[in-house]
Design a protein around this ligand. Structure first.
Ligand code: PMP
Length: 401
């Protein structure tokens, strides 16, 4: 087993998948358990209970865990809430909101897109106008990407969830790049579905689609005129998940049992420090990294500081620095970073993920800063790895959050 805190291999600092903790790696790295074994049933039941706490969801909400990626979780939300012919409003902040809109269209929904240029988010008033257009009850659900990984843009869920409620619409937040890394209080803010995948701020290997559905969201599935595709149907999964929570064996489709063990270990780690503390760690790491990026001449793609996510940095490059050679030089310095993803961005840009277990390990963040600085220097840009690392450390120590 290779420990990511020793530099024997490159550090994976893309916006997912991410490094996992030694405890998560150990929980995952076992011969496949049976889905009916008492140990696995206990892991599954505990994971479902812990999801409600990490999601800060109502006791009557239903967590879902199935084998699949974030895209499967998005599909599950769309197909259980919106029937053909119904209207959905999608807030567009990057390619993942566009994907959500495409899914809804394929499901036969009438989709109103409220768009923004890359790096920006539409003002809440424009979302209100889109909801007003169909009147109260005229829109089935509002879909929002909490953090769009393609642009690093984060939106504030509170006003949007409140708007949806005022208009009699459900609210769905794609938290693939935010859950357990950004603040989300499902019950308090009245959010109906918060979905994610295992490979981001939950800091697990890829392969699980996860979501929590509110009682109102579950009632919307109950009222659908025809059932969704079987694998995605909340009704097909509900008795199975109820059974796991009651510590009884059950079967519908074989769960990814090693990943369920990893999920239990990962959620335990998060809750050992508390979800609020874990979210604050992301904020502290992001602020300190931004101080380092500034010394290196890297500017944020998000148009305003309040739009910049704490889980990743999307960074414009200095003039004359080309992205592909830069990524190669950063890799030579021991860190894997990622290319920008938005097809409409004016120029190529860099993305660095800082979510999950790595934000509990400042030395790994420090190593990332140095590698980016060395990469820039190797590309001919005047960048001082020591000064950048110092800026990171100073900002990190000064921030007591
Ligand atoms: N939504 C967001 C915000 C994402 O970042 C991603 C993956 N990067 C997805 C959805 C899709 O997840 P997956 O690749 O696991 O299907």
């Amino acid at each position: 087993m290779s420990d990511p805190s020793t530099p024997t291999r490159p550090l994976l600092m893309i916006p997912g998948p991410v490094e996992v903790s030694p405890a998560v790696l150990a929980a995952f790295s076992v011969p496949p358990p049976s889905h009916r074994s008492p140990g696995l049933i206990e892991s599954f039941g505990r994971s479902l209970e812990r999801m409600r706490r990490v999601w800060q969801a109502d006791a009557a909400s239903r967590p879902y865990v199935l084998a699949g990626g974030g895209t499967a979780a998005m599909e599950m939300a769309a197909l259980n809430l919106v029937a053909a012919g119904e209207r959905a409003v999608v807030v567009e902040t990057g390619i993942f909101s566009r994907r959500m809109a495409e899914m809804l269209r394929r499901a036969g929904a009438e989709v109103a897109l409220v768009a923004a240029p890359p790096g920006d988010a539409p003002p809440v008033e424009r979302v209100a106008e889109a909801l007003d257009r169909s009147g109260r009850g005229g829109t089935k659900a509002l879909f929002v990407t909490h953090v769009d990984t393609s642009t690093g843009v984060r939106v504030d869920p509170r006003p949007l969830a409140a708007l949806a409620r005022e208009h009699g619409a459900l609210s769905v937040f794609d938290g693939v790049c935010s859950a357990a890394g950004e603040e989300m209080r499902m019950a308090e803010w009245g959010v109906d579905v918060f979905l994610t995948a295992s490979q981001k701020a939950l800091s697990l290997p890829p392969g699980l689609a996860l979501l929590v559905a509110s009682p109102a969201a579950l009632a919307a599935r109950d009222a659908l005129p025809s059932p969704p595709p079987l694998y995605y149907d909340w009704h097909a999964w509900r008795p199975i998940l109820d059974a796991y929570e009651e510590r009884r064996p059950s079967y519908f489709s074989t769960p990814a049992t090693n990943l369920v063990r990893a999920l239990e270990a990962g959620l335990d780690e998060i809750l050992a420090e508390g979800i609020e503390a874990r979210v604050l760690r992301h904020r502290r790491a992001a602020r300190a990294l931004r101080a380092a990026w500034q010394t290196l001449g890297l500017t944020l793609l998000p148009a305003r500081p309040d739009l910049a996510a704490d889980t990743l940095s999307a960074l414009r490059l200095p003039p004359k620095v080309e992205l592909d050679p830069l990524l190669a030089r950063i890799a030579e310095a021991g860190v894997i970073a990622a290319a920008g993803l938005h097809p409409d961005a004016a120029k190529p840009y860099l993305r660095v993920g800082h979510m999950g277990w790595t934000v509990t390990q400042p030395e790994l963040l420090n190593r990332t800063v140095r590698a980016v600085a060395r990469g820039l220097a190797a590309c001919g840009h005047p960048a001082d790895p020591e000064a950048a690392a110092e800026a990171f450390e100073r900002a990190f120590e000064a921030d007591s959050t």
